[in-house]
Design a protein around this ligand. Structure first.
Ligand SMILES: Cc1cc2nc3c(=O)[nH]c(=O)nc-3n(C[C@H](O)[C@H](O)[C@H](O)COP(=O)(O)O)c2cc1C
Length: 363
Protein backbone atom coordinates (compact mmCIF):
# COMPACT_ATOMS: atom_id res chain seq x y z
CA UNK A 1 0.00 0.00 0.00
CA UNK A 2 1.55 3.34 -1.01
CA UNK A 3 0.37 6.79 -0.03
CA UNK A 4 2.68 9.43 -1.40
CA UNK A 5 3.27 13.20 -1.40
CA UNK A 6 6.07 15.49 -2.65
CA UNK A 7 8.13 15.05 0.53
CA UNK A 8 8.62 11.36 -0.34
CA UNK A 9 10.66 12.31 -3.40
CA UNK A 10 12.55 15.03 -1.50
CA UNK A 11 13.53 12.60 1.26
CA UNK A 12 13.91 9.41 -0.81
CA UNK A 13 11.16 7.41 0.93
CA UNK A 14 8.04 5.53 -0.17
CA UNK A 15 5.49 6.67 2.44
CA UNK A 16 5.22 10.09 4.11
CA UNK A 17 5.26 8.52 7.58
CA UNK A 18 8.08 9.73 9.80
CA UNK A 19 8.71 7.88 13.04
CA UNK A 20 10.64 9.04 16.08
CA UNK A 21 11.78 6.54 18.70
CA UNK A 22 14.72 5.99 21.03
CA UNK A 23 15.05 2.40 19.84
CA UNK A 24 17.22 1.15 16.97
CA UNK A 25 15.10 -1.91 16.11
CA UNK A 26 12.08 0.38 15.62
CA UNK A 27 14.17 2.65 13.39
CA UNK A 28 15.33 -0.21 11.20
CA UNK A 29 11.79 -1.59 10.91
CA UNK A 30 10.35 1.82 9.89
CA UNK A 31 13.05 2.23 7.25
CA UNK A 32 12.53 -1.30 5.89
CA UNK A 33 8.87 -0.57 5.12
CA UNK A 34 9.56 2.71 3.33
CA UNK A 35 8.94 5.25 6.13
CA UNK A 36 11.47 7.73 7.46
CA UNK A 37 13.10 6.79 10.79
CA UNK A 38 14.37 9.53 13.11
CA UNK A 39 16.36 8.25 16.06
CA UNK A 40 15.85 10.19 19.30
CA UNK A 41 19.42 10.56 20.56
CA UNK A 42 18.74 13.05 23.35
CA UNK A 43 19.34 10.26 25.90
CA UNK A 44 22.56 8.99 24.21
CA UNK A 45 26.15 9.89 24.92
CA UNK A 46 28.18 11.12 21.91
CA UNK A 47 30.06 7.81 21.53
CA UNK A 48 26.75 5.92 21.66
CA UNK A 49 25.33 8.16 18.92
CA UNK A 50 28.24 7.22 16.65
CA UNK A 51 27.61 3.50 17.29
CA UNK A 52 23.81 3.78 16.95
CA UNK A 53 24.20 5.59 13.62
CA UNK A 54 26.68 2.97 12.44
CA UNK A 55 24.18 0.17 13.15
CA UNK A 56 21.34 2.03 11.39
CA UNK A 57 23.57 2.62 8.36
CA UNK A 58 24.61 -1.02 8.30
CA UNK A 59 21.00 -2.25 8.58
CA UNK A 60 19.39 0.31 6.29
CA UNK A 61 22.06 0.66 3.58
CA UNK A 62 21.13 3.63 1.39
CA UNK A 63 17.74 4.16 3.00
CA UNK A 64 17.81 7.59 4.69
CA UNK A 65 17.42 8.12 8.43
CA UNK A 66 17.69 11.09 10.78
CA UNK A 67 18.92 11.82 14.28
CA UNK A 68 17.00 14.07 16.67
CA UNK A 69 18.48 16.01 19.59
CA UNK A 70 16.91 18.18 22.26
CA UNK A 71 18.80 21.45 22.48
CA UNK A 72 17.07 23.71 25.03
CA UNK A 73 18.83 27.07 25.18
CA UNK A 74 17.66 27.51 28.79
CA UNK A 75 20.05 24.77 29.97
CA UNK A 76 23.38 26.14 31.26
CA UNK A 77 27.06 25.24 31.42
CA UNK A 78 27.08 23.15 34.61
CA UNK A 79 28.64 19.72 33.99
CA UNK A 80 29.19 18.35 37.51
CA UNK A 81 26.11 16.21 38.21
CA UNK A 82 27.20 15.17 41.71
CA UNK A 83 27.70 18.80 42.79
CA UNK A 84 24.33 19.77 41.29
CA UNK A 85 22.58 16.92 43.08
CA UNK A 86 24.13 17.96 46.38
CA UNK A 87 22.90 21.53 45.95
CA UNK A 88 19.23 20.63 45.24
CA UNK A 89 16.57 21.71 47.76
CA UNK A 90 16.17 19.43 50.80
CA UNK A 91 12.35 19.39 50.38
CA UNK A 92 12.68 17.86 46.92
CA UNK A 93 15.19 15.22 48.01
CA UNK A 94 12.97 14.26 50.95
CA UNK A 95 9.99 13.92 48.60
CA UNK A 96 11.96 11.49 46.42
CA UNK A 97 13.03 9.46 49.49
CA UNK A 98 9.38 9.25 50.60
CA UNK A 99 8.33 8.02 47.14
CA UNK A 100 11.09 5.39 47.17
CA UNK A 101 9.89 4.19 50.62
CA UNK A 102 6.18 4.28 49.80
CA UNK A 103 6.53 2.27 46.56
CA UNK A 104 9.51 0.17 47.75
CA UNK A 105 11.78 1.17 44.86
CA UNK A 106 15.12 -0.67 45.08
CA UNK A 107 18.27 1.08 43.90
CA UNK A 108 19.21 0.52 40.24
CA UNK A 109 22.22 -1.69 39.69
CA UNK A 110 23.11 -0.10 36.33
CA UNK A 111 23.77 3.58 35.54
CA UNK A 112 21.55 5.33 33.01
CA UNK A 113 22.12 8.41 30.87
CA UNK A 114 20.39 10.64 33.42
CA UNK A 115 21.92 9.02 36.48
CA UNK A 116 25.40 9.73 35.12
CA UNK A 117 24.87 13.03 33.24
CA UNK A 118 23.53 16.52 33.66
CA UNK A 119 22.26 18.10 30.47
CA UNK A 120 24.57 21.01 29.58
CA UNK A 121 25.48 23.10 26.56
CA UNK A 122 28.80 21.22 26.40
CA UNK A 123 26.98 17.88 26.19
CA UNK A 124 24.67 19.27 23.46
CA UNK A 125 27.67 20.39 21.41
CA UNK A 126 29.29 16.96 21.74
CA UNK A 127 26.02 15.20 20.83
CA UNK A 128 25.64 17.49 17.84
CA UNK A 129 29.23 16.88 16.70
CA UNK A 130 28.64 13.09 16.87
CA UNK A 131 25.37 13.49 14.94
CA UNK A 132 26.96 15.62 12.22
CA UNK A 133 29.91 13.23 11.82
CA UNK A 134 27.51 10.25 11.57
CA UNK A 135 25.99 8.78 8.43
CA UNK A 136 22.58 10.28 9.29
CA UNK A 137 20.93 11.97 6.34
CA UNK A 138 19.12 14.54 8.47
CA UNK A 139 19.18 16.31 11.80
CA UNK A 140 16.07 17.20 13.80
CA UNK A 141 16.01 19.62 16.70
CA UNK A 142 13.39 19.85 19.40
CA UNK A 143 12.84 22.06 22.46
CA UNK A 144 15.05 24.88 21.22
CA UNK A 145 16.61 25.44 17.86
CA UNK A 146 19.84 27.37 18.01
CA UNK A 147 20.31 28.92 14.54
CA UNK A 148 24.06 28.27 14.73
CA UNK A 149 23.46 24.51 15.07
CA UNK A 150 21.13 24.51 12.06
CA UNK A 151 23.79 26.34 10.03
CA UNK A 152 26.42 23.78 11.06
CA UNK A 153 24.12 20.86 10.19
CA UNK A 154 23.55 22.32 6.73
CA UNK A 155 27.32 22.73 6.24
CA UNK A 156 27.57 18.96 6.81
CA UNK A 157 24.94 18.44 4.10
CA UNK A 158 22.19 17.33 6.50
CA UNK A 159 18.53 18.03 5.82
CA UNK A 160 17.23 19.88 8.87
CA UNK A 161 13.92 19.41 10.71
CA UNK A 162 12.62 21.58 13.50
CA UNK A 163 9.82 20.55 15.85
CA UNK A 164 7.74 23.62 16.54
CA UNK A 165 4.53 24.29 18.44
CA UNK A 166 3.52 27.82 17.42
CA UNK A 167 3.62 30.14 14.38
CA UNK A 168 6.24 32.27 16.18
CA UNK A 169 8.54 29.25 16.55
CA UNK A 170 7.94 28.38 12.89
CA UNK A 171 9.02 31.88 11.82
CA UNK A 172 12.22 31.56 13.86
CA UNK A 173 12.93 28.15 12.33
CA UNK A 174 12.35 29.47 8.80
CA UNK A 175 14.70 32.38 9.51
CA UNK A 176 17.35 29.89 10.65
CA UNK A 177 17.00 28.06 7.30
CA UNK A 178 15.27 24.87 8.46
CA UNK A 179 14.25 22.54 5.57
CA UNK A 180 11.19 20.80 7.08
CA UNK A 181 8.84 22.01 9.82
CA UNK A 182 7.32 19.44 12.15
CA UNK A 183 4.21 21.08 13.57
CA UNK A 184 3.69 19.33 16.88
CA UNK A 185 0.41 19.93 18.68
CA UNK A 186 -0.72 19.64 22.29
CA UNK A 187 -2.00 16.08 21.73
CA UNK A 188 1.57 14.81 21.26
CA UNK A 189 3.57 12.56 23.54
CA UNK A 190 6.70 14.19 24.94
CA UNK A 191 7.51 17.88 25.35
CA UNK A 192 4.75 19.87 23.79
CA UNK A 193 3.17 23.31 23.57
CA UNK A 194 -0.40 24.46 24.29
CA UNK A 195 -1.83 24.64 20.73
CA UNK A 196 -3.87 21.61 19.61
CA UNK A 197 -2.72 19.75 16.49
CA UNK A 198 -5.85 20.60 14.48
CA UNK A 199 -5.48 24.33 15.23
CA UNK A 200 -1.73 24.34 14.74
CA UNK A 201 -1.16 22.66 11.36
CA UNK A 202 -2.96 25.15 9.07
CA UNK A 203 -1.37 28.09 10.91
CA UNK A 204 2.08 26.60 10.31
CA UNK A 205 1.27 25.74 6.69
CA UNK A 206 0.27 29.39 6.20
CA UNK A 207 3.64 30.72 7.39
CA UNK A 208 5.72 27.92 5.81
CA UNK A 209 5.45 28.97 2.14
CA UNK A 210 7.33 26.35 0.11
CA UNK A 211 8.78 24.63 3.18
CA UNK A 212 7.13 21.24 3.75
CA UNK A 213 5.19 20.74 6.98
CA UNK A 214 4.66 17.43 8.80
CA UNK A 215 1.81 16.93 11.26
CA UNK A 216 2.70 15.56 14.72
CA UNK A 217 0.61 14.93 17.80
CA UNK A 218 -2.36 12.63 18.13
CA UNK A 219 -1.88 10.77 14.85
CA UNK A 220 -2.93 7.18 15.48
CA UNK A 221 -5.28 6.33 12.60
CA UNK A 222 -5.23 6.75 8.83
CA UNK A 223 -8.10 9.24 9.21
CA UNK A 224 -5.58 11.49 11.00
CA UNK A 225 -3.14 11.07 8.13
CA UNK A 226 -5.83 12.01 5.60
CA UNK A 227 -6.88 14.98 7.76
CA UNK A 228 -3.24 16.10 7.94
CA UNK A 229 -3.13 16.26 4.12
CA UNK A 230 -6.41 18.21 4.15
CA UNK A 231 -4.83 20.69 6.59
CA UNK A 232 -1.91 21.21 4.19
CA UNK A 233 0.74 18.91 5.71
CA UNK A 234 2.80 16.69 3.40
CA UNK A 235 3.11 13.86 5.87
CA UNK A 236 2.94 12.80 9.50
CA UNK A 237 5.48 12.35 12.33
CA UNK A 238 4.62 9.80 15.00
CA UNK A 239 6.11 8.88 18.37
CA UNK A 240 3.48 7.11 20.48
CA UNK A 241 2.62 4.66 17.68
CA UNK A 242 5.85 2.68 18.15
CA UNK A 243 5.80 2.30 21.94
CA UNK A 244 3.68 -0.85 21.89
CA UNK A 245 5.36 -2.32 18.81
CA UNK A 246 6.99 -5.73 19.15
CA UNK A 247 10.31 -4.22 18.11
CA UNK A 248 10.27 -1.63 20.91
CA UNK A 249 9.80 -4.36 23.51
CA UNK A 250 9.24 -2.06 26.50
CA UNK A 251 8.87 -3.74 29.89
CA UNK A 252 5.73 -5.83 30.40
CA UNK A 253 4.44 -3.53 33.16
CA UNK A 254 4.70 -0.45 30.97
CA UNK A 255 3.42 -2.14 27.81
CA UNK A 256 0.31 -3.41 29.61
CA UNK A 257 -0.41 0.08 30.92
CA UNK A 258 -0.06 1.58 27.43
CA UNK A 259 -2.21 -1.06 25.75
CA UNK A 260 -5.06 -0.36 28.19
CA UNK A 261 -4.79 3.43 27.96
CA UNK A 262 -7.09 5.89 26.23
CA UNK A 263 -6.44 9.58 25.48
CA UNK A 264 -7.67 10.59 28.95
CA UNK A 265 -4.99 8.42 30.52
CA UNK A 266 -2.27 10.85 29.41
CA UNK A 267 -1.52 14.22 30.94
CA UNK A 268 0.88 17.13 30.69
CA UNK A 269 3.25 17.05 33.63
CA UNK A 270 6.39 18.97 34.61
CA UNK A 271 7.53 16.02 36.72
CA UNK A 272 9.52 14.32 33.94
CA UNK A 273 11.96 17.06 32.98
CA UNK A 274 10.81 20.38 34.43
CA UNK A 275 9.21 21.32 31.08
CA UNK A 276 5.64 20.49 30.03
CA UNK A 277 5.69 16.92 28.77
CA UNK A 278 2.75 14.64 27.96
CA UNK A 279 3.11 11.34 29.85
CA UNK A 280 1.02 8.29 30.54
CA UNK A 281 -0.76 9.07 33.80
CA UNK A 282 0.66 6.93 36.62
CA UNK A 283 1.34 7.25 40.33
CA UNK A 284 4.48 9.18 39.26
CA UNK A 285 2.58 12.08 37.66
CA UNK A 286 -0.17 11.91 40.30
CA UNK A 287 2.20 12.06 43.29
CA UNK A 288 3.72 15.29 41.92
CA UNK A 289 0.22 16.78 41.72
CA UNK A 290 -0.86 15.93 45.28
CA UNK A 291 -1.29 18.88 47.66
CA UNK A 292 1.96 19.44 49.54
CA UNK A 293 4.17 17.94 46.80
CA UNK A 294 7.04 20.22 45.80
CA UNK A 295 6.90 22.04 42.47
CA UNK A 296 9.09 20.21 39.92
CA UNK A 297 12.49 21.84 39.40
CA UNK A 298 13.47 23.44 36.11
CA UNK A 299 15.38 21.58 33.37
CA UNK A 300 18.01 20.10 33.83
CA UNK A 301 17.68 19.90 37.66
CA UNK A 302 14.44 17.89 37.73
CA UNK A 303 16.20 14.99 36.00
CA UNK A 304 19.25 15.36 38.27
CA UNK A 305 16.81 14.97 41.17
CA UNK A 306 14.81 12.06 39.76
CA UNK A 307 17.38 10.08 37.71
CA UNK A 308 18.29 7.56 40.43
CA UNK A 309 14.73 6.73 41.44
CA UNK A 310 13.59 6.56 37.79
CA UNK A 311 16.48 4.19 37.03
CA UNK A 312 15.27 1.99 39.93
CA UNK A 313 11.63 2.20 38.78
CA UNK A 314 12.51 1.14 35.24
CA UNK A 315 15.04 -1.54 36.12
CA UNK A 316 12.81 -3.18 38.73
CA UNK A 317 9.54 -2.49 36.86
CA UNK A 318 7.76 -0.76 39.73
CA UNK A 319 4.28 -1.04 38.24
CA UNK A 320 2.45 1.89 39.87
CA UNK A 321 5.19 4.41 39.02
CA UNK A 322 6.60 3.24 35.68
CA UNK A 323 5.80 5.68 32.88
CA UNK A 324 6.87 6.98 29.47
CA UNK A 325 6.12 10.02 27.35
CA UNK A 326 2.81 9.17 25.63
CA UNK A 327 0.46 11.08 23.34
CA UNK A 328 -3.34 11.14 23.12
CA UNK A 329 -2.92 8.90 20.06
CA UNK A 330 -2.36 5.99 22.48
CA UNK A 331 -6.12 5.33 22.15
CA UNK A 332 -5.40 3.65 18.78
CA UNK A 333 -2.78 1.22 20.08
CA UNK A 334 -4.55 -1.50 22.04
CA UNK A 335 -2.71 -4.57 20.82
CA UNK A 336 0.94 -5.34 20.20
CA UNK A 337 1.92 -5.34 16.54
CA UNK A 338 5.07 -5.21 14.49
CA UNK A 339 6.12 -1.86 13.04
CA UNK A 340 5.34 -3.23 9.55
CA UNK A 341 1.78 -4.07 10.65
CA UNK A 342 1.32 -0.60 12.17
CA UNK A 343 2.54 1.07 8.97
CA UNK A 344 0.36 -1.15 6.79
CA UNK A 345 -2.70 -0.37 8.92
CA UNK A 346 -2.06 3.38 8.80
CA UNK A 347 -1.61 3.34 5.02
CA UNK A 348 -4.67 1.18 4.36
CA UNK A 349 -6.77 3.39 6.63
CA UNK A 350 -5.43 6.54 4.94
CA UNK A 351 -6.41 5.17 1.56
CA UNK A 352 -9.89 4.32 2.90
CA UNK A 353 -10.29 7.75 4.53
CA UNK A 354 -9.32 9.57 1.32
CA UNK A 355 -11.79 7.45 -0.69
CA UNK A 356 -14.48 8.10 1.91
CA UNK A 357 -13.85 11.86 1.75
CA UNK A 358 -14.24 11.79 -2.01
CA UNK A 359 -17.49 9.78 -1.70
CA UNK A 360 -18.86 12.27 0.86
CA UNK A 361 -17.95 15.24 -1.29
CA UNK A 362 -19.47 13.65 -4.39
CA UNK A 363 -22.83 13.96 -2.56
C1 LIG B 1 8.31 8.15 24.11
C2 LIG B 1 8.47 9.42 23.36
C3 LIG B 1 9.71 10.05 23.36
C4 LIG B 1 9.89 11.23 22.64
N1 LIG B 1 11.12 11.80 22.61
C5 LIG B 1 11.36 12.84 21.79
C6 LIG B 1 12.67 13.35 21.61
O1 LIG B 1 13.63 12.90 22.23
N2 LIG B 1 12.83 14.36 20.73
C7 LIG B 1 11.78 14.87 20.00
O2 LIG B 1 12.00 15.74 19.17
N3 LIG B 1 10.52 14.44 20.19
C8 LIG B 1 10.30 13.43 21.04
N4 LIG B 1 9.02 12.95 21.19
C9 LIG B 1 7.92 13.59 20.45
C10 LIG B 1 7.82 13.02 19.03
O3 LIG B 1 8.89 13.52 18.25
C11 LIG B 1 6.52 13.41 18.32
O4 LIG B 1 6.47 14.78 18.06
C12 LIG B 1 5.26 13.01 19.07
O5 LIG B 1 5.40 11.72 19.58
C13 LIG B 1 4.05 13.08 18.14
O6 LIG B 1 2.85 12.82 18.81
P1 LIG B 1 2.30 11.33 19.12
O7 LIG B 1 3.06 10.95 20.35
O8 LIG B 1 0.86 11.50 19.34
O9 LIG B 1 2.64 10.46 17.95
C14 LIG B 1 8.81 11.80 21.92
C15 LIG B 1 7.56 11.17 21.97
C16 LIG B 1 7.38 10.01 22.66
C17 LIG B 1 6.02 9.36 22.67
Amino acid sequence: MTVTSPICKKMGIENPIFGLAHNIDVMVAIGKVGGYPVFGAARSMPEEIAEEARIMKEELGDHPFGIDLMLPTSVGEETDRAASLKALPREHKEFICKLADKYKVPKATKPTFFSSQIRSQQLFEEQLAATLESGAHSFASAVGMPAEMIRKAKEYGKITFSLIGSPRHAEKAIEAGVDVLVAQGYDAGGHTGPIGTFSLIPQIVDVAGDIPVLAAGGVGHGRHVAASFALGAQGVWLGTAWLTSREHALSEALTNKLLKAGSLDTKISYSHSGKPCRLIKTAWSEEWDTPGAPKPLSMPYQQVLTADIIAGINEHEIEPLIYEATGQSIAWFNEMHTVAEIMERLLTETDGALANMNRLLAG
